[in-house]
Ligand binder design. Structure first.
Ligand SMILES: CC(C)(COP(=O)(O)OP(=O)(O)OC[C@H]1O[C@@H](n2cnc3c(N)ncnc32)[C@H](O)[C@@H]1OP(=O)(O)O)[C@@H](O)C(=O)NCCC(=O)NCCS
Length: 456
């Protein structure tokens, strides 16, 4: 799908924002192609990660020599004007500081028109799942002023990779103040979070980045589906394709007003056990997935205590005769603040999260007959989820080429974004996992992917 031929593709996308952070990539290159030789990765070449050309003879941990006792017990030394800090996300002061750091210095576009509009609920959801640890919310402050200038976080996230269960964390929200970039603070933050995780006898970590580092286990592409085309156009997020009018674009992207799937309803607390069973059986479809306990489902998929200003929205399908829940689907919400626009202050953005359907249970993507049934089912579920998203003021619905998403992305008018998301597992060797792109590595594939884990 080229930029010109795809009328639904927003002009600026979150994927583009990630892309702008990536080191220069040739358009014709594979998205996961190394932008520089392994030797030039001054930090990463010292870490237990596979090099780009390494052949995987056997899958598993790379460095198994350490124990929590042999790990450095003190924080790494830091420049004398800075100090390590552990953020207390229960405190308004620390939450505000984290908000300000990420608002001003996390991912943004070239013109700085759009910023992630984080909320207290979002941080509570993303950074305080079951088993969260305060000492994995790591900041760096200026000693004299107490100003927060860098952050990195870890949260528990056990994985299954090709049938093997791995105790692990997810590392996210790495951010360094713009004026302190290129001073090797990022490697220091990565080493410090690794040390603190290792002290808990955990040796693997999942992380993702638009930047190509040694070495992605998979690479997925973003897809974007406009739900409110006029608004996206007015804020400069979408362009008007040649041979189209504003009215034709609105007509092309209009969804129905109510979900059509029979038995469709909001997930309730009583559904947690069933959704958990569905989640757990469904993840067998993928090469890499997250292990979730019932409490994890309550937090990540039901949304726990958060019912107002919810970040996570989940719907189930209840069979009208048996009253059994047969499917669930969820999306999370992270809007953009729009700067310098007289009419709009915010763009509502939803990201497809986890889903499962009894239609695909116990089947693989090699089963062609089942794939057709699943495709039909997922198209209805995602379409209805987008209708729900529109009701809570979402303007654009994003999904990656991960999970089984490529079964519906094209048909449901998702435009392929410019950006790619690379997935990494620290201290683990595994052969490449299908990220849902076709053989050119630039279009969506047609038959799902091996990536079953969703990173925020
Ligand atoms: C990502 C960020 C923290 C890097 O900081 P920096 O000051 O540019 O880089 P530093 O000089 O401290 O460190 C450079 C090293 O970090 C590595 N690095 C850069 N971005 C990285 C990332 N997202 N994840 C892991 N390592 C990264 C570089 O490859 C380099 O290591 P190398 O010598 O082995 O190649 C900073 O650019 C930033 O805050 N960006 C905005 C937020 C963001 O994009 N976060 C990551 C989201 S995935």
């Amino acid at each position: 799908m080229s930029d010109q031929s795809d009328p639904n593709k927003p002009k600026k996308t979150i994927a583009d924002l990630f892309q702008q952070l990536a080191l220069a990539q040739e358009e014709e290159q594979s998205p996961a192609a190394p932008p520089k030789p392994m030797e030039s990765y001054k930090f990463w070449k010292t870490q237990p990660v596979p090099s780009f050309d390494e052949k995987v003879e056997s899958e598993g941990p790379i460095d198994t020599s350490k124990t929590p006792e042999t790990v450095r017990q003190e924080p790494y030394p830091i420049h004398s004007s800075f100090e390590w800090t552990t953020l207390d996300l229960e405190s308004d002061h620390d939450l505000d500081q984290l908000y300000e750091l990420l608002y001003d210095h996390y991912v943004e576009d070239h013109d700085a028109t759009f910023r992630f509009a984080y909320s207290r609920n979002f941080f509570n959801w993303a950074l305080k799942p079951t088993g969260w640890r305060q000492d994995w919310h790591i900041g760096v402050r200026v000693k004299d002023t107490g100003r927060l200038i860098a952050f990195i976080s870890g949260v528990p996230c056990d994985l299954t990779i090709r049938g093997r269960d791995i105790k692990s964390v997810e590392i996210n929200f790495l951010c360094v103040h713009k004026q302190l970039r290129s001073k090797r603070l990022a490697p220091l933050l990565i080493k410090e979070v690794t040390r603190r995780v290792n002290l808990q006898n955990i040796w693997q970590a999942l992380y993702s980045s638009g930047t190509v580092l040694p070495r992605p286990v998979s690479t997925c592409r973003y897809g974007h589906r406009p739900l409110n085309w006029s608004k996206l156009y007015e804020v400069g997020f979408s362009s008007l394709p040649p041979n189209e009018t504003k009215a034709s674009m609105v007509a092309k992207t209009t969804l129905g007003s109510e979900p059509k799937t029979k038995g469709w309803r909001k997930m309730e607390e009583k559904d947690i056990s069933t959704v958990w069973k569905l989640y757990d059986a469904w993840r067998d479809r993928y090469d890499i997935s997250q292990i979730m306990t019932k409490d994890d489902i309550k937090h990540w998929i039901y949304g726990g205590h958060q019912q107002d200003g919810k970040v996570i929205h989940t719907f189930v399908v209840e069979d009208e005769e048996t009253k059994e829940v047969t499917d669930y689907i969820s999306f999370y919400v992270l809007p953009f603040t729009v700067l310098q626009n007289p009419k709009h202050k915010q763009i509502g953005i939803a990201y497809l999260y986890y889903y499962a359907s009894t239609v695909g249970l116990g089947k693989t993507n090699k089963d062609e007959e089942n794939q057709e049934l699943l495709k039909k089912r997922l198209k209805s579920l995602v379409n209805d989820a987008m209708i729900e998203a529109k009701k809570v003021d979402i303007d654009v619905f994003n999904a990656l080429s991960s999970q089984d998403n490529t079964l519906f992305l094209d048909d449901l008018k998702f435009g392929a974004g410019d950006g790619f998301l690379n997935y990494y597992v620290f201290n683990y060797r595994t052969s490449h996992i299908d990220g849902g792109m076709d053989e050119t590595d630039h279009d969506f594939g047609k038959n799902g992917s091996g990536v079953g884990v969703v990173l925020l």
